[in-house]
Design a protein around this ligand. Sequence first.
Ligand SMILES: NC(=O)c1ccc[n+]([C@@H]2O[C@H](COP(=O)([O-])OP(=O)(O)OC[C@H]3O[C@@H](n4cnc5c(N)ncnc54)[C@H](O)[C@@H]3O)[C@@H](O)[C@H]2O)c1
Length: 278
Amino acid sequence: MPIADVSDQPLARLTSLKDRVAVVTGAAKGIGLAVCRRFAEAGAHIVLADIDKLEMDRAAAAITKDFNVRTESVLTDVTDEKALTALADTAVRVMGRLDIWVNNAGIFPGRSTLDLTVDEWDNVQAINLRGTFIGSREAARRMSVPGKDGVKGGVIINMASVAGFRGRPGLAAYSSSKHGVIGLTKSLALEFGPANIRVLGIAPTGVLTPGVTSRMMVAAGEEMDRIKSMEQQMAKSVPLGRLGVADDVARVAVFCASDMSMLMTGATIPVDAGAMLP
Ligand SMILES: NC(=O)c1ccc[n+]([C@@H]2O[C@H](COP(=O)([O-])OP(=O)(O)OC[C@H]3O[C@@H](n4cnc5c(N)ncnc54)[C@H](O)[C@@H]3O)[C@@H](O)[C@H]2O)c1
């Protein structure tokens, strides 16, 4: 059965994620948390996965309270294959189905390649790329089996980066991992399309998140003036003239996860304030 034609559906229904079940990795803060909150606002039940149990539990409680949807938090390190399998099993067991899976957990340590150790390189690939492969595989294994309603399929969203399209000095491991995520997204879209599983990537530019802020703090020696001036420089470097906030990315994730993007798969969508145009 090919993917449905939804042209006769009203916009309110197309943008809704009501009663769908979404797993989001790296959900405790930053972009992952913003994605969880917008998905919940659109009606989805959320399974949060992160290594930061305290922040994740806090986030899950706030989402349930604010949006009246079900949440489950599952302590998950995406470098651990067994943990990702358990996460997918938990989502299906607790929520009864699995419709959306967001591979968002990622790290972006900066280091000159001359100083980069093999362990540091491997760790970036293990979280950003290998974790995305395993998460996608576990999601697709479950989405390709028809649910109680006889419907099979789903959406996998991979968090890439503008660094997945271009090189950056000091970010060789990160940039390579995100180029890999974009290639993986294309290949999985081809493989999973016949099972009605759409696979999309999102490539943000600089977004002010706890991860980015703590990197800036280190680079600026915790001097607030220097941090402010770094932020201003980053904002000035993009045509739209401002840094991203996590919700800029989360709104695009809702589009990708919803039936609005029904005929899209394999693409990685820049959310880049025009950064990649010049
Ligand atoms: N913020 C940006 O400027 C930016 C730009 C482009 C792409 N991205 C991508 O967006 C994603 C999220 O970035 P962010 O800025 O929100 O990061 P962040 O550091 O603010 O948050 C990342 C979350 O992932 C969790 N995490 C880290 N390692 C994990 C692991 N092994 N298993 C499970 N969870 C883990 C952290 O605990 C944290 O909650 C990443 O994939 C990143 O590469 C971010």
